[in-house]
Unconditional design. Structure first.
Length: 300
């Protein structure tokens, strides 16, 4: 199967997950630290680890340095998610998501410096069209002020995501995909254990479970499965394609977030409210064309 299918599964599933994240943050975590929400990601990964070990019994047969670096990839990923959720707690999903477009830029620099990856002129053009198209989706009103705190949170998130993805790619290609995934999930579990070690977060986590058990577990479990599916698809694409290209495809998440937001606004207005004016829709349509052309160029 073409790597592009796996790469695109990431942004589609992440867009769904982003809207669920926003719902969870607004509904259950408005007055709770988002570090507690990250715990659910760690727990889901912890449950997946035994199944990976059964599928690939050699996960422990790796040298200590490799295990530490693969685990660090998971810690970096969770740290990036922490900054992302902090940003999402104070801003709409369609405002936060465009900042993910910094990841392909960081990814290209890291891929070139560390992995020696180079792209053809056609691929560079396609990647640029994807980033420009997605930024076009995110354009707001010209009089809006720059949100410096949001920018700082999401730029840090973008860099950490690229660094985590770089470590994953190095070991997924050199060793095996499932072995690398196992230890990355172990890193996520380590991050979660660190959060639980803080009494304030532990108390908030237990309070949430007691007061909203069914809703939190049901929605969060579904959300984490969706997010994990997107992450696995995106990471699998890294085995076959350059880091910067996979991250450029991943940047289409913003476009899918907008499309899903429009659908929710039309059919479930209580869950989401997007600007559906003619000018906005025309701009988003033009952006969709740019992204489609970009995807076609990078996959050629």
């Amino acid at each position: 199967m073409n790597w592009l299918v796996f790469a695109l599964s990431g942004p589609v599933l992440w867009a769904i997950s982003t809207h669920l994240d926003k719902y969870l943050v607004e509904r259950y975590f408005k007055d709770t630290d988002v570090a507690v929400l990250v715990l659910f990601t760690a727990i889901m990964g912890l449950f997946a680890m035994p199944f990976i070990a059964l599928h690939e019994p050699a996960v422990l047969a790796r040298d200590v340095v490799s295990i530490v670096l693969m685990t660090l990839s998971g810690v970096l990923y969770m740290t990036a998610m922490f900054f992302y959720l902090r940003a999402l707690q104070g801003h709409d999903a369609t405002v936060v998501a465009p900042f993910f477009q910094t990841s392909p830029l960081f990814g290209y620099a890291l891929g070139y410096l560390v992995l020696g990856e180079t792209l053809s002129t056609t691929q560079l053009t396609g990647g640029a069209l994807i980033v420009v198209g997605v930024l076009f989706v995110s354009l707001g009103k010209t009089h809006e002020k720059m949100r410096w705190q949001l920018a700082a949170l999401m730029l840090t998130c973008g860099f950490l995501l690229s660094l985590a993805t770089l470590l994953f790619k190095v070991f997924a290609v050199r060793d095996e995909f499932w072995v690398t995934t196992f230890w990355m999930l172990a890193g996520e579990a380590v991050f979660g254990a660190g959060i639980l070690a803080v009494a304030r977060y532990r108390k908030q986590f237990m309070t949430l479970l007691r007061t909203n058990t069914a809703a939190l577990i049901g929605i969060n479990a579904s959300n984490e499965l969706i997010n994990l599916g997107g992450a696995l698809g995106n990471r699998y694409a890294l085995v076959f394609a350059p880091l910067s290209l996979v991250q450029a495809i991943g940047s289409t998440t913003t476009l899918f977030i907008f499309v899903i937001g429009v659908a929710l606004s039309l059919f479930f207005p209580r869950l989401s409210k997007e600007d559906l004016s003619r000018g906005v829709l025309m701009r988003k349509g033009a952006a969709a064309v740019l992204v489609a052309v970009g995807v076609w160029l990078v996959s050629g």
